[in-house]
Design a protein around this ligand. Structure first.
Ligand SMILES: C[S@@+](CC[C@H](N)C(=O)[O-])C[C@H]1O[C@@H](n2cnc3c(N)ncnc32)[C@H](O)[C@@H]1O
Length: 244
């Protein structure tokens, strides 16, 4: 993702905020449990790819100190509006430095948005280095099995009174999912404003991600979920702890 050519421009960010916060809600209980030792010691949680704050609000409600970040300025603005008590900042992976923290979390597959394997590795190296001793990691990602389920490639559409979104998906190679989004949002004059975005989502190999984190000092495992929730087939939860 380029600094000025980011995904989730204003209208898709709005639609995501209004209609797609359920993933953060679903993952929150499991992540809260994983973060309990961090909460008890008053540690700082860095959230990557926070979007409009669907997980952030649960972390704050549980009593965490959270720095919520996202690469999209429109998402940063949405998160600030939706979770006013949160500290929210723009942070673009892999180029922006990460602060030193007691936990790194993220839901909604932020790592899959990076442009290639070397960007993913740079981000993982930075994440591992950002974690203080005993720091906790909890990130989801979309792995190669995503493309094996034909339902994931079916066209998607949702229509609400003030917005609509349509998406088509293609798998030009086993490691790349291309999703084309079209949104319609009610404009001030009562008409509909159209916007289009293409998302290139790299399908990662969970075990390689865990191995890279381990090389950076984080004991990480690939799991079917963070807790009792069910992730969609092809999504995994990478959970880890910095050992030294
Ligand atoms: C699918 S959304 C998930 C948002 C939110 N966590 C949720 O579950 O509702 C992915 C998020 O990753 C962000 N993102 C994509 N590429 C990024 C990058 N290189 N650095 C930081 N954030 C990025 C997007 O702006 C978007 O908000």
């Amino acid at each position: 993702m380029l600094r000025d050519d980011h995904t989730y421009q204003a209208d898709l960010a709005l639609v995501h905020d209004l209609g797609f916060g359920f993933h953060g809600d679903r993952c929150a209980p499991g992540i809260r449990d994983l973060l309990e030792p961090v909460r008890r010691r008053g540690g700082l949680v860095l959230e990557l790819g926070c979007g409009s704050g669907s997980l952030t609000r649960h972390l704050l409600a549980a009593g965490h100190r959270v720095l919520a970040t996202d690469g999209s300025p429109a998402m940063v603005a949405r998160a600030r509006a939706a979770v006013p008590a949160a500290q929210v900042r723009r942070l673009v992976l892999p180029e922006d430095p990460l602060p030193s923290v007691d936990a790194v979390v993220g839901v909604g597959n932020v790592l899959n948005y990076l442009r290639d394997e070397s960007e993913v590795e740079r981000a993982l190296t930075a994440i591992a280095a950002a974690l203080r001793p005993d720091g906790v990691l909890a990130l989801d990602l979309v792995d190669r099995r995503w493309g094996e389920d034909p339902r994931h490639l079916a066209p998607m559409g949702r229509v609400r009174p003030s917005w609509a979104v349509f998406a088509t998906s293609a798998l030009p190679d086993p490691g790349l999912l291309v999703r084309d989004f079209t949104t319609f949002v009610r404009a001030e004059d009562g008409g509909w404003r159209r916007a289009d975005e293409r998302h290139e989502i790299r399908l990662l190999q969970g075990q390689r991600v865990a191995d890279h984190l381990r090389a950076g000092g984080v004991e990480a495992t690939v799991n079917p979920s963070f807790g009792a929730e069910r992730l969609r087939a092809g999504m995994v939860a990478v959970i880890g702890r910095r050992t030294g």
